[in-house]
Design a protein around this ligand. Structure first.
Ligand SMILES: Cc1ncc(COP(=O)(O)O)c(C=O)c1O
Length: 324
């Protein structure tokens, strides 16, 4: 993934050119990681460009900011509208969405309070996070030698920049050793999550995923998978997962905005199931991508159209808006 380097970036309410979207080197966030952010996607759907669960992402952004005592003077609904406005300004049909709230430039003690709270929204085109074939063929991963943050250290429910120091260690170790990704354990030795995605496993038709207490980010894709799987009448259990349960699973898959639903075909060089995408993973992928390509109805109201529907016209004021 590389940036096109063009288009507009939203900064504190103004749309600025990509090249001018700069902050001072003395900004608190650069030195102490005092920022929280989101990663959401806008998809090119049968109804036109539409954001997937934008309200849930902005809610998590504001939750993260609250945990770090940052108050941004714009209500969540206004922030959501700013995301839509930025997509419209860039005329994207599909893009990755990166909103941030961070501490700016004023003083450089550890105390962040003197520093102003700023916000920005960046967009760019981002295809398949783990490669174009990953969704079908799956990826090879390892259990990381790095542990996820212990409880009461770095709050895992906050998507804070600081947490991604740990994620980078997990990711770099995996890459250097020839794997696509690492799965980290929590401080008690139970399965936690990947460097940038939640993990599910399937055994005897039952889905298992670690609970929020396993130092995971409360993934919005994770929540969507749980909902879709239950719609499909699967039993889904959020429970502590010992490491070795990964090796004997019939299927393992990642869930996250970047990876979407990506099968895992081996862990620590142990083949998972048949080493191919399994039927449960495929059913969840079909339900998830069906929402986006319009083959499944948006029964949970997860899509927010970027362009509002045109006003109803026609005889007796009946809606004639065509699916775009
Ligand atoms: C550490 C971590 N876990 C899980 C996820 C998945 O979260 P979501 O589905 O909301 O993208 C992400 C992605 O942001 C992540 O960075």
């Amino acid at each position: 993934m590389s940036f096109a380097g063009t288009g507009k970036i939203w900064m504190n309410g103004s749309l600025v050119d990509w090249a001018d979207a700069k902050i001072h080197i003395g900004s608190h966030v650069i030195h102490y990681g005092s920022g929280v952010f989101e990663g959401a996607r806008c998809y090119d759907t049968a109804r036109g460009p539409a954001c997937f669960r934008l309200d849930a992402h902005i809610r998590r952004l504001y939750d993260s900011a609250r945990i770090y005592r940052m108050e941004y003077p714009l209500a969540a609904a206004g922030f959501q509208e700013a995301v839509l406005e930025t997509i419209r300004a860039n005329a994207f049909k599909a893009c990755y969405i990166r909103p941030l709230i961070y501490r700016g430039y004023a003083a450089l003690g550890v105390d962040p309070f003197p520093c102003p709270v700023h916000a920005a929204i960046m967009l760019w085109e981002w295809g398949r996070y783990l490669g174009p074939e990953a969704l079908e063929r799956g990826v090879d991963v390892r259990v990381s030698s790095w542990t996820r943050s212990a409880p009461n250290t770095f709050p895992s429910l906050a998507k804070s920049a600081a947490n991604y120091a740990n994620s980078q260690l997990i990711k770099m170790e995996a890459i250097v050793e020839g794997y696509s990704e690492g799965i980290a354990l929590d401080a008690t030795g139970q399965v936690s999550e990947g460097s940038g995605e939640n993990v599910f496993l399937v055994r005897d038709g039952v889905l298992y995923t670690p609970p929020l207490a396993a130092s995971i980010l409360p993934g919005i894709t994770r929540d969507s998978v749980i909902t879709l799987a239950r719609d499909l009448r699967y039993d889904v259990r959020e429970q502590a997962i010992p490491r070795e349960m990964l090796y004997i699973a019939d299927e393992v898959f990642f869930a996250g905005t970047a990876v979407e639903i990506t099968p895992v075909r081996s862990i620590d060089k142990i083949t998972i199931g048949t080493g191919k995408r399994g039927p449960v993973t495929e059913a969840i992928q079909a339900a998830f991508f069906g929402l986006i390509d319009g083959t499944a109805p948006d029964t949970h109201g997860w899509l927010t159209c970027v362009h509002p529907d045109p006003a109803p016209t026609g005889a007796f004021g009946t809606a004639t808006a065509k699916a775009r």
